[in-house]
Design a protein around this ligand. Structure first.
Ligand SMILES: [Zn+2]
Length: 114
């Protein structure tokens, strides 16, 4: 855990947030600035700064993150139509909170990556 990290503060209950779903490893919230009809953040409960910092010790956490993304896709009705999972890494990608998270985007035809 990181004391000043926004997502860690959400996980600790210090910042109130509506959880769309959660499991033992991750929780999901709606993006406050959605760029598609469905735009959900899937966030590991443990602080991992970026995908650069992932190692084999995170295997169970990442499985939980992806399993929750699958559940969110079902909840949001895009499981069959398709959706995108995106991970931004660092400033050039527009990463705004330095705590690893997946963007789940869907609900319309998505353009190419980038
Ligand atoms: Zn954090």
């Amino acid at each position: 855990m990181s004391p000043d990290c926004l997502f860690c503060r959400m996980q600790r209950g210090e910042v109130p947030v509506d959880r769309l779903a959660e499991n033992g490893q991750a929780f999901a919230i709606r993006d406050i600035n959605p760029r598609a009809p469905v735009h959900v953040l899937v966030i590991p409960k443990v602080h991992i700064p970026t995908a650069r910092d992932v190692d084999w010790g995170h295997a169970e956490i990442l499985a939980g993150v992806f399993a929750l993304a699958r559940d969110v896709a079902r909840i949001e009705g895009v499981h069959e139509s398709g959706y995108r999972l995106a991970i931004n890494v660092g400033d050039a990608a527009g990463m705004t909170v330095a705590h690893l998270h997946l963007h789940l985007l869907g609900g319309r035809k998505l353009g190419p990556e980038g």
